[in-house]
Ligand binder design. Structure first.
Ligand SMILES: [Zn+2]
Length: 75
């Protein structure tokens, strides 16, 4: 999937707690737009009304990926 150039991917470690859903530019609360987990990562698109921009927030490993990894034998 090709993303528009104005969307930036921000790593989870940049955020603390609920700041994940806050706009990295203005700090305002963003509204949830879309979620995509095809790559095994739980990435969600949030939109900031104030900046009129969308930001992709990385929530880490997707649930289906975590479950499939958990089924693998240890070692
Ligand atoms: Zn903003």
């Amino acid at each position: 999937m090709k993303l528009p150039s104005w969307i930036s991917i921000r790593p989870l470690r940049h955020y603390k707690g609920d700041d994940r859903t806050k706009c990295p530019d203005c700090g305002g609360e963003m509204s949830f737009v879309e979620r995509f987990t095809m790559s095994g990562d739980d990435r969600r698109t949030y939109r900031c009304q104030a900046c009129n921009k969308e930001h992709i927030v990385d929530f880490g490993m997707a649930e289906w990926k975590r479950l499939s990894d958990a089924n693998k034998p240890e070692g």
